[in-house]
Ligand binder design. Structure first.
Ligand SMILES: [Zn+2]
Ligand SMILES: [Zn+2]
Length: 149
């Protein structure tokens, strides 16, 4: 995969945050780090769990506020799924393939869907965001638990 490493993803996020004059608080540094390392998208609870392993003083509501701040600043986005909100960084344009039942998901690089994305932009004059598309289905686990009739 042609993904940037955790380190440069963190730098990229901070370059954006520095541009809006965001202070480098401990919570922001930690949340950005966790999201940069994640291979998919994480809920606030999952982000907090990873941080609490080393920094138990950072509580869930701080993580909540920090994630909301990153969304506001356009550094992160929320997975377009009606279940528990899961967040990812905005650095690499991608399409979400999501299980509509359990929220299991993978990121597909937007380049792989280049012509579809280009067509969507042409036909709707829509400025697609960094995570502007989602494909929905049911994952193998959900299919085996509840076969569709
Ligand atoms: Zn599923
Ligand atoms: Zn995403």
């Amino acid at each position: 995969m042609n993904r940037t490493s955790g380190g440069s993803r963190t730098e990229l996020a901070w370059r954006l945050l520095a541009g809006v004059g965001a202070r480098r608080t401990q919570a922001r540094v930690l949340v950005v780090e966790v999201l940069a390392r994640a291979s998919g998208h994480l809920s606030v609870a999952a982000i907090h769990q990873q941080i609490a392993a080393t920094r138990p003083e950072i509580n869930v509501s701080t993580v909540h506020r920090t994630v909301a701040f990153l969304l506001e600043q356009g550094v992160a986005h929320v997975l377009p799924w009606p279940g528990e909100a899961q967040y990812g960084l905005n650095d690499s344009p991608h399409v979400h393939a999501i299980c509509e039942e359990c929220g299991a998901h993978v990121e597909l690089p937007a380049d792989d869907l280049g012509s579809a994305v280009a067509a969507a932009q042409r036909s709707s004059d829509l400025d697609l965001g960094p995570a502007g598309l989602a494909l929905f289905g049911r994952c193998a686990g959900c299919r085996s638990r509840r076969p569709s009739g």
